[in-house]
Design a protein around this ligand. Structure first.
Ligand SMILES: [Zn+2]
Length: 206
């Protein structure tokens, strides 16, 4: 016997398998989509005569028609919409809190900031990041050596005519304090740094 030769039994099995394959192909052809369409009274390739919606005339082209399944997107605009003018703020930073459920603010993050910077929209950035966020008025010691924003304190001086109100710096005893507008988190940062023995000095030109 020659090695690797096909025996009689094996060749019969092969012939049987080939016949089976051909029969299956015929069967598949009979249940193909085209045949099913024909059985239902449609054209084999799924193209049907279509009338124009504008003129009502029959369009003399082959147009494929079939069933298209759609799936509904679960994300609804009404569930996502968020708007706020003013609302709750964070106790520590005085910035708007996050979260649609809690009526929080809409975040203007680093990427949005970069986009606005690229457009040169300085006023819009000022409006978004300060005026509409945590704008805060602060007294700053006018003494150029001191320049502290933590030590100016409200001071009421009783007078024979009226109460004189002013702010004095408790660190350098300076009696001249200026008002500045700045984000509240700047004050918070100054406090945090003061806790680490680091002093932030605010110097002004005038
Ligand atoms: Zn001072």
């Amino acid at each position: 016997m020659v090695p690797h030769s096909i025996s009689m039994k094996t060749s019969r099995l092969l012939i049987f398998l080939v016949r089976l394959h051909i029969m299956l192909c015929y069967y598949r052809e009979s249940i193909s989509t085209g045949n099913q369409l024909c059985a239902a009274g449609y054209e084999y390739y799924g193209s049907e005569p279509v009338y124009s919606g504008f003129s009502g005339l029959l369009m003399r082209v082959e147009l494929f028609i079939g069933v298209v399944y759609y799936q509904r997107l679960r994300h609804m605009v009404s569930d996502k919409s968020q708007v706020r003018a003013t609302g709750p703020i964070h106790q520590l930073t005085h910035q708007p809190i996050k979260g649609r459920k809690r009526h929080g603010g809409i975040r203007l993050g680093e990427m949005e900031r970069d986009a606005l910077l690229a457009h040169g929209s300085a006023f819009l950035l000022y409006d978004r990041l300060m005026v509409c966020s945590d704008s805060h008025s602060v007294y700053v010691c006018a003494n150029p050596v001191c320049g502290s924003i933590l030590t100016p304190c409200h001071y009421v001086l009783p007078s024979s005519f009226k109460f004189l109100e002013s702010y004095i710096c408790y660190e350098c005893r300076g009696r001249r304090c200026l008002t500045f507008a700045m984000p509240y988190v700047y004050r918070y940062l100054t406090n945090e740094l003061a806790g680490m023995n680091i002093k932030l000095k605010l110097l002004h030109t005038n």
